[in-house]
Design a protein around this ligand. Structure first.
Ligand SMILES: Nc1nc2c(c(=O)[nH]1)N[C@H]1C(S)=C(S)[C@@H](COP(=O)(O)OP(=O)(O)OC[C@H]3O[C@@H](n4cnc5c(=O)[nH]c(N)nc54)[C@H](O)[C@@H]3O)O[C@H]1N2
Ligand SMILES: Nc1nc2c(c(=O)[nH]1)N[C@H]1C(S)=C(S)[C@@H](COP(=O)(O)OP(=O)(O)OC[C@H]3O[C@@H](n4cnc5c(=O)[nH]c(N)nc54)[C@H](O)[C@@H]3O)O[C@H]1N2
Ligand code: SF4
Ligand SMILES: [Mo]
Length: 745
């Protein structure tokens, strides 16, 4: 076969940046991949990983037929009609016996695919299901809880223009998160007038480029940030005008920070007090500051408090809604629900920040005889049996459910525990998009067209949800007929018909994705039926951000929808202005209420809070999930994509290697409260004594001729679900006390 000379525009699906790419195919193989210079957000940039995407599309073993698990545990291939009717019947039984609330939904999108997940909302509605979660509830929900109190929504840094960039438990050189991260980091490093401050126990590639590296002891960030805030207040580096004009309750916060003992904070996190003060002064005197907090703190001790302290740093210095500072922003569709008083879970009463059940309590919500326990689970585009803390507990929980349905492109560790596995078309075989639309002032969205036809036997997620909803007879045919007729008449009649329906029947909004898919969807060009839901999102944007949308060049919702459908390199959907950004602050008077009493209490209590969680038995802090050049969650089910670090080495410091008698390349045993694993040692002078790191994304059970084979450590065989933040329930994956011992060669 010869390569097709056409370049197909798409995007990388490996991290939230979703860099625009172009793919040249050879049959179904991806022969060549390069950055898309015309892409509205990334302009040709990619990292090393995007070029390996053929290993996603063609590397692993794909599923091509629905599977049903039989009583003896083995899977039988079944046809789609059988799968849909049996699954609908079993979910209906669960609903009729225990109530729709007992049906739990997990996932709905990974790093590259959020379009399908939108349609899951309609299925949940049809079933009366009310609880859902996804991987955000094991990283970002503590931060979201703090955001809900402060600015009322998500904020994003402007690292391209910030005079001072602060990375807190974040290694953008490897993990990105900042668009075109390596270019942006290098630009900051080169510019003598700008500075980068990295707070990380590891001397990362990002730290190599930093002006100040605060190499804290693992898990002590709360003290580090309290110290920085103490300096800002005690040396009067705060922006009083900003606090007076734009915030409320500042006095309460300032009073408390006046009493912070900076020397003691520095000591707790193992830093030189002068270095901590220098960092604080650099922040306090800068014309603009942006900060990025990520897993290093969000998956460690005191994580919700740390989020609060991080945000106080930029708020007390007035670094909000101006160039180079932190920005609120528009969304195509909000990824989470921001509330200061989140709902609680039905069994354990855990708070659900972001409207999501904390990942670490899911097993406890099932493994109980409480009458309100979850009884069924639908899992899409996620591999929780591998990615949630304490795999053994999660697996036990799956086994305790009446029915488990997994929708994935491959038979995963989670799929193997399911009653039904439904094969999805891959992200390059369908219309796809993500809602990682976090930019300001110019925010962009990218609807990707399929590069290949769906693999025979697979379906898109919207089609799977639609088939289940049809089988449940959730919507009268007359409704659909009415909307179909309106769709044939044009977009304006359609909009009127939809609005009329919504006015007479409240369920219309909840069922909207399905209604759109069934009625508007078939009228869209090039089989872009799944894009139907974007019509509703365009209406939302026109309603919420009318002037920003018009500044971006879209006269109305219809024009924006047309641009989204047509823009193969993405579209700018809003163009904001810094002054107008205050509109996004949802609190009275668009002011930011600074005190969060519960978190201020934790700040007061830091003097007596435990800073060391290791013990004699488990003396080392294991960071279970370091992002590296060749990790990408569990998106590649193929080990050959990695050019280096094939086994996923355990990185330890020179000091610990010597103490433990471990040479480079030696084999070691890692033991935690919860389990043991083996790994090859890499001695790494970037690591500090007492700290070790394993990469994320390893330890998949990949099929071989006679079973499965596991390469590297499945991290969550080592983690404990009780090891979590008391407020947000987020795990301490980066802070697992462990013992490391040499193994005989
Ligand atoms: N290459 C690659 N990139 C990815 C991914 C991937 O799998 N591979 N996954 C994507 C996803 S889903 C996410 S959420 C992001 C995550 O992106 P990051 O959060 O940047 O990734 P990590 O490497 O998990 O953690 C960041 C840093 O936290 C540091 N750290 C560990 N313990 C502590 C601590 O106690 N305090 C502080 N201050 N720092 C600490 C680690 O040394 C590490 O450098 O990456 C995304 N990008
Ligand atoms: N110990 C430890 N655990 C961690 C982390 C850590 O650092 N340490 N990191 C955590 C973080 S930040 C995250 S984000 C999670 C990620 O963990 P998961 O939510 O499990 O996400 P992925 O690994 O991205 O898995 C995505 C799944 O989607 C499937 N998939 C790919 N394309 C499609 C598609 O088009 N349709 C469907 N239906 N499925 C598809 C893939 O086969 C895969 O099974 O892991 C978390 N778990
Ligand atoms: S993994 Fe690399 S190429 Fe892919 S989206 Fe992220 S930064 Fe871009
Ligand atoms: Mo993540």
């Amino acid at each position: 076969m010869t390569a097709d000379a056409t370049w197909h525009k798409s995007a990388c699906i490996l991290c939230e940046n979703n860099c625009g790419i172009q793919i040249q195919t050879d049959g179904r193989a991806f022969a060549k991949i390069r950055g898309d210079k015309e892409h509205v957000a990334t302009a040709g940039y990619t990292c090393n990983k995007a070029l390996r995407l053929d290993h996603y599309q063609n590397g692993g073993v794909r599923l091509t037929t629905p599977l049903r698990r039989e009583a003896d545990g083995h899977f039988t291939p079944i046809d789609w009609d059988t799968a849909i009717s049996e699954i609908a019947a079993r979910l209906k039984t669960v609903r009729d016996t225990h109530g729709g609330k007992s049906i739990f939904f997990f996932g709905g999108g990974g790093q590259g695919n959020h379009l399908g997940g939108v349609y899951s909302g309609a299925l949940m509605r049809a079933l009366g299901a009310r609880y859902r979660s996804n991987p955000l509830a094991q990283e970002k929900t503590g931060e979201g809880y703090v955001d809900a109190h402060l600015t009322g929504g998500h904020t994003t840094g402007d690292f391209e223009h910030a005079e001072v960039a602060v990375f807190l438990g974040k290694n953008p050189w490897q993990s990105h998160g900042v668009p075109r991260a390596r270019t942006v980091l290098k630009d900051i490093a080169k510019d003598p007038d700008r500075a980068m401050i990295v707070i990380d126990p590891v001397r990362t590639e990002t730290a190599d480029l930093a002006d100040i590296h605060l190499q804290v002891r693992p898990g002590t960030d709360a003290w580090c940030l309290a110290g920085i805030l103490g300096v800002l207040v005690q040396e009067d580096l705060v922006d009083h005008a900003f606090l007076t004009d734009r915030t409320t309750g500042a006095e309460t916060v300032l009073e408390q920070l006046k009493t912070v003992d900076i020397a003691r904070c520095a000591q707790t996190c193992g830093l030189d007090e002068e270095q901590l003060r220098t960092a604080a002064r650099r922040i306090g005197t800068a014309s603009s500051v942006s900060t990025y907090e990520d897993l290093g703190v969000q998956q460690g001790p005191n994580s919700t408090l740390v989020s609060y302290l991080n945000k106080l740093i930029w708020l007390l210095t007035g670094n909000f809604a101006k160039p180079g500072a932190m920005q609120p922003h528009s969304w195509i569709a909000p990824l989470a629900h921001y509330s200061t008083r989140p709902r609680r879970t039905p069994v354990t009463g855990a708070r659900m920040p972001g409207g999501l059940v904390p990942c670490n309590v899911i097993a406890e919500e099932i493994l109980t005889d409480h009458p309100d326990r979850f009884r069924a689970m639908i899992i899409e585009s996620s591999n929780p049996a591998h990615s949630l803390a304490d795999s053994a507990a999660f697996t036990e929980a799956l086994a305790a459910l009446d029915v488990v349905v997994v929708i994935d492109i491959a038979l995963t560790e989670t799929g193997r525990q399911a009653d039904y596995v439904l094969p999805a078309a891959s992200q390059f075989e369908k219309w796809e998009a993500t809602f990682f639309t976090f930019e300001f002032p110019r925010n962009t969205f990218h609807l990707r067209a399929p590069v290949l036809d769906p693999l025979p036997g697979t379906l898109t997620e919207p089609e799977i949800y639609a088939r289940l909803i049809r089988e449940l007879h959730a919507v009268p045919h007359s409704r659909l007929a009415l909307l179909r007729a309106a769709a044939r008449m044009g977009r304006t009649p359609y909009k009127l018909a939809f609005a009329a329906l919504a006015a007479i029947d409240k369920s219309t909004i909840g069922m909207a994705p399905y209604l759109l898919y069934e009625t508007l969807g078939p009228t869209l060009p090039d089989g872009a039926r799944s894009a139907a839901v974007l019509w509703a999102l365009a209406q939302r944007i026109a309603r919420e951000y009318p002037s920003a949308m018009r500044r971006a060049g879209h006269a109305d919702a219809d024009a924006l929808f047309a641009a989204m459908l047509a823009g193969r390199s993405g579209v700018t959907f809003t163009q904001d202005e810094h002054d107008g950004a205050w509109r996004y602050v949802s609190h009275p008077g668009h002011r930011i209420p600074l005190p969060i009493p519960e978190l201020l209490d934790l700040l007061t209590g830091l003097d007596t809070t435990q800073a060391v969680h290791t013990t004699e038995e488990f003396p080392i802090v294991l960071a279970a999930g370091q992002r590296r050049a060749f990790t990408a969650n569990t998106i590649f089910r193929d080990n050959t994509w990695r050019k280096r670090d094939q086994e996923g080495a355990l990185r330890i410091s020179c000091h610990d290697a010597e103490q433990l008698g471990l040479a480079d390349g030696a084999f070691a045993q890692i033991t935690t409260q919860r389990g043991t694993a083996q790994a090859t040692v890499e001695i790494d002078d970037r690591m500090q004594a007492g700290h070790a790191a394993l990469p994320n994304g390893f330890g998949l059970d990949l099929p071989t001729a006679d079973g499965t084979e596991r390469t590297g450590v499945a991290l969550n065989t080592l983690t404990d679900l009780h090891w979590r933040d008391p407020i947000a329930g987020t795990p301490w994956h980066k802070h697992v006390p462990a013992r490391i011992e040499p193994l005989p060669a």
